[in-house]
Design a protein around this ligand. Sequence first.
Ligand code: ADE
Ligand code: ZN
Length: 350
Amino acid sequence: MTTAPDSVNTIPRERLPDLLRDMPKAELHIHIEGSLEPELIFALAQRNGVSIPYASVEALRAAYAFTDLQSFLDIYYAGASVLLKEEDFFDMAMAYFRRAAADHVVHAELFFDPQTHTDRGVSFETVIKGLTRASETAQRELGVSSLLIMCFLRHLSEEAAFATLEESLPWRHLFVGVGLDSGERGNPPDKFERVFERCRALGLHVVAHAGEEGPPDYIWDAIELLKVERIDHGVRCLEDPRLVLRLAAARMPLTVCPLSNVKLCVFKTLAEHNLATLMEAGLCVTINSDDPAYFGGYMNQNFVETFEALPQLSARHAYQLALNSFDASFASADDKHRWSKQLDAVFAAG
Ligand code: ADE
Ligand code: ZN
């Protein structure tokens, strides 16, 4: 794809916050259920007559002090319990798309967790129809393009994943890929080898969370057994130099989520985050928000805070991160080309 215009090298660091906010970008790692803000959780709880174990929006937000991935997932699944009707899924996704558009996100690939809903008696049809209608509305009214990726919950069995895949088939035309999320430790990729093989045979794109909390071996297995096209997180790859070489040679995208990593104690502070090191190692890194309602920010917050915390990051890195996000997406070649031209125009203007 395009290389950075020469002017990128002369852009001073003071210009970075504005450039980071204004540049077009794609988000490739967003759990749509993780975009449910406490205000919307309360509004939907009231609308649907669902009781939640928090007295107020403030009390709920105060509970967002996580010690690890599981401590977050417990609250995240409780939050999702207010989603019952197609309209709820539509409202949740539209709220996300409005935030994305404000951050100059031109394309988003949304993860959704059907098992979180079907296990509560909400049909797959309800979930996918609400999300699809929001996706179409976002394209029409906000100019934001999007694709849907169905995730299997890895703390559940492969049999349950197969049942979910079966249930999804009438709606196969409405999502482009599958992913693997939820508690990573003790739920290695090999548990899902057969269902991923079936998904690939169906022509679905495949991605998986690996190396967020889990060891580098899980990244190896996601590549070799699940044959993924992107690794979600992957930050622990630096513990295995041979793996880093493999990821670089394959130009395997990593969808990194800096604010998430700090909130879930993968890194103590943003200043200790390894994003700049991953880029220096030649890896195809992207920046994403993961679960923005829970982790303190949407896309631009992730970009601006990360660049503030890591002084080695320059305008060239900003350009590369945006370009990587288009390149690593499942969008058409035409769309990727158009967005990269928009990116060039923003950087050429300095
Ligand atoms: N589900 C929602 N957010 C997640 C994350 N960061 N890791 C694994 N599963 C998730
Ligand atoms: Zn995630």
